[in-house]
Design a protein. Structure first.
Length: 455
């Protein structure tokens, strides 16, 4: 670890003694002191006391301008008044019934109309949505193989926790990635039925998929992969996947847990394809646990007792449904998303200018309401490119910002920032001022070309 990163971590430790104490106490009962592995960082996780608008306060009382926004689950910003009002009103009438809420059909109608799908089933988390989408695809197609893309994360269930963040030594050839499990405990025979292809390489994907003609149930992909930075698809890549699925009789699943709420009609409209199945979550209910599997004609007809299983006590609970109605009607409006996208373009432009003037080796990728900076010698188009990212410089950038009261993005080189509807021009300017203060500390090995404009 370089000296600058060590110093930045020590400054973070000095500023957050209560988080350190909470970490020590939490670790006695909880592995790593957190309930998601991705929340653990060295020297200790940040423990939060409260949040409002675009500001978050930690246990030590430090305030931060937040551009992580719950890993993209808070397009609303924190404690949006419309969300607080809807949840408070619903809580007075009950939080869960064990029956369907009378307004749930309204939510289903809005979801289907907004995203151009025919029917929908609700769950609680993104993990459950992609899990059910794969089950539905296998049941409908009567096939067992699924193809995903290397580096993409679709929730921590066994069928898709394969080829997520493989180390180079187990990843296999770039043009034919290995089906490497991302955790112990996943049966080998299950990983073998999850094919892995390189994102943005349509020819390699075709070769891998065609080898399993007649066996492939579905191809699942994020319209913009967001667990290896912020990877924009090459022109023609998604139309090519659509054609490939049609050729092979496989279903195309778009995992829109992150992208669904970042565009007025989801990432599907952004990349110009109509999927067979679409999963939605995160900001679709602006922070309240809710997810959905939306489907084209006929694909959910076999969901039911003694047919395709789908159940859950908390599915379509009234708190989530009320939050979704508030989000769709008052928060995720076309006008609000357009304004956030304009601010995002301003932020990305500022990053390019500041890092370029400081001669920092980096690339900026942004679109819609999100983006990221990667410290690498080439743009990130897929997982193998991501392996060249300078992880230490990424964490140095994060801690230098954090110590100045800015959460610049999600934690780590594989995350991105999100502009909520509550961010303002002033917030973007403050973000860029902080970046200006630390830019000279982020220099690394030179790269060919200039800061990439990936919008």
């Amino acid at each position: 670890m370089n000296a600058s990163l060590v110093a930045a971590e020590e400054e973070f430790r000095r500023r957050t003694p209560k988080s350190a104490a909470l970490f020590e106490a939490a670790s006695r009962r909880t592995p790593l002191g957190v309930h998601s592995n991705y929340r653990y960082v060295s020297p200790h996780p940040l423990y939060i006391a409260r949040a409002r608008g675009v500001t978050i306060w930690d246990a030590d009382g430090n305030d931060y301008l937040d551009f992580n926004m719950g890993f993209g689950s808070l397009q609303s910003g924190h404690a949006h008044p419309k969300l607080v009002e809807a949840l408070g009103r619903q809580l007075e009438d009950g939080s869960v019934y064990g029956y369907e809420w009378e307004r749930t059909p309204e939510v289903a109608e809005r979801i289907c109309r907004r995203f151009g799908m025919e029917k929908v089933r609700f769950s609680t988390t993104g993990l459950k949505a992609t899990h059910h989408a794969v089950r539905i695809a296998r049941a409908v197609s009567r096939r067992s193989y699924v193809l995903k893309f290397e580096g993409s994360y679709h929730g921590s269930h066994d069928s898709l926790l394969v080829g997520v963040k493989p180390r180079a030594e187990v990843a296999g050839p770039a043009e034919r990635p290995a089906s490497a499990p991302a955790s112990p405990g996943i049966p080998r025979e299950l990983t073998e039925r999850t094919l892995v292809a390189p994102f943005n390489d349509l020819e390699a994907t075709r070769r891998i998929a065609r080898e399993h003609r007649g066996e492939l149930a579905a191809i699942i992909a994020e319209p913009i992969p967001m667990n290896m930075g912020f990877v924009l698809p090459e022109p023609g890549f998604f139309p090519g996947l659509r054609e490939l699925c049609d050729e092979l009789g496989a279903l195309l699943i778009l995992d829109e847990i992150k992208t669904g709420a970042k565009y007025p009609h989801g990432g599907a409209a952004r990349v110009g394809v109509r999927p067979d199945l679409m999963t939605l979550g995160k900001s679709i209910a602006c922070g309240v646990p809710m997810s959905a599997v939306a489907a084209g004609p006929g694909l959910l007809d076999e969901v039911g007792p003694r047919k395709i299983a789908h159940a859950g006590t908390y599915n379509s609970n009234p708190m989530a449904m009320a939050a979704c109605l508030a989000s769709l009607d008052h928060i995720l409006t076309d006008e609000a998303l357009e304004r956030s996208a304009t601010l995002n373009a301003r932020l990305a432009r500022g990053y390019r200018e500041i890092l370029g003037e400081a001669h920092v080796a980096a690339y900026v990728s942004a679109d819609g309401v999100s983006g990221t900076v990667t410290f690498a010698n080439r743009p990130v188009r897929n997982w193998r490119d991501f392996l060249t990212v300078d992880g230490e410089r990424s964490m140095l950038y994060y801690y230098l910002c954090l110590n100045r009261g800015l959460i610049p993005s999600g934690t780590g080189a594989d995350e991105q920032w999100t502009l909520s509807v509550q961010h303002s021009e002033k917030d973007v300017d403050e973000h860029l001022r902080t970046l200006s203060e630390i830019a000279s500390s982020l220099k690394g090995a030179p790269v060919a070309g200039e800061i990439e404009e990936s919008v």
